[in-house]
Design a protein around this ligand. Sequence first.
Ligand code: AMP
Ligand code: GLY
Length: 423
Amino acid sequence: MNILVIGSGGREHALVWKIKQSRKAGKVFCAPGNAGTAQLAQNVPIPVDDMEGLARFAKENLVALTVVGPEVPLCEGIVDLFHEMGLTVFGPSKAAAQLEGSKDFMKNVVNSAGAPTAAYETHTVRDEAIDALGHFPNGVVVKADGLAAGKGVVVCDTKEEAVAAIDRMMGQMEFGAAGATVVLEEKLVGEEASVLVFCDGERYHMMPAAQDHKRIGDGDAGPNTGGMGAYSPAPVVTPGILANIESHIIKPVIKTMHDMGAPYRGVLYAGIMITAEGPKVLEFNCRFGDPECQPVMMRLKSDIVPLLTGCAKGALPVEPPEWDPRASVCVVMAAGGYPGSYQKGETISGLDQAAAMKDVVVFHAGTKLDGQNVVTSGGRVLGVTSLGDSVASAVKLAYRAVSEITWDGAVYRTDIAKRALSR
Ligand code: AMP
Ligand code: GLY
């Protein structure tokens, strides 16, 4: 069958890599893709926001399954559009994608499901939001209700910081309409983990837990990014905690979405804080995490195509997928300056040497071909991903591969998976 993957990040390269291993895969397309996906699939120059163009391409090229990577087209209803055209597509409907697209919607669903999460209030009037800050004496998190490319969340330790954040969102409208409504949330303390689940609307299969590294700098210093590295398994999520997350969060949320007429099909990504009182929901994303997808795909032993098709058609295979017991670590290499402004067009060297290492896969993100050369074309450039018998050996191998790769201005964190190693 012909398969189309939509997106151009490390997540999409990992999906294309895994899909290509399936005996069911015929022609594989990636729109728009990157220099890494070009080696495995046919890149198609259609941007992710041209939903009609993508649907037309899928129709004309007899695509039997489309897999949507990023959240923006999902929240804008790409799945509904594909359905109208009779196409099979992996991802939630516009209504179900509101779990990521609106923090207020998410909190309502989580509360209806009785799942543990931080106390919160939703406000649409600036002065009322400011007055409500007194309800959160132990620190408050100010969140823009809508999508803000990961930048709409401000964790505040003082009232002054919270007032400034509310003013940026509701006064200066820094995130446009996405910030016209804000959610104020009690600040939770603990360690974070990402739990991803394949869902078909009613049934689901859990993936092994992963941990992301959101800040740009070692020791979690500096601004937030899309994610600077990830690993799986995450030892903070013990089997007991994973079972708790499944029974108190995942299962009731899927049931609530089904009962409210917005069955969740696709990957449900739960961002969890493991607090002293147990796991609590921080956020839901309506897609694979990037970079969590990279180590999770390295560990998936089963064919992914029946899982993706099963979710899309509401008929997930009964057998749970098989996972490699080994650990996987992904170190993101980024352009100097990211998440601020950075150079593009730098020639990358050492890719072949790194890729030739056993149990290493170099997933591309912001790369493109310039003649024979692979050059940088984005902030996050590569996700160097390894497998090892332990987290420690996977870390060592990933950094050995990273040391083979260079370009002018490359940066990366040197402490990926340190929390797991210090356990
Ligand atoms: P979100 O997009 O809602 O996950 O927020 C992004 C990041 O902000 C999370 O990964 C956490 O690090 C942090 N965060 C969000 N909500 C809270 C909270 N209630 N307490 C503490 N930190 C939070
Ligand atoms: N790595 C976090 C995310 O994909 O949202």
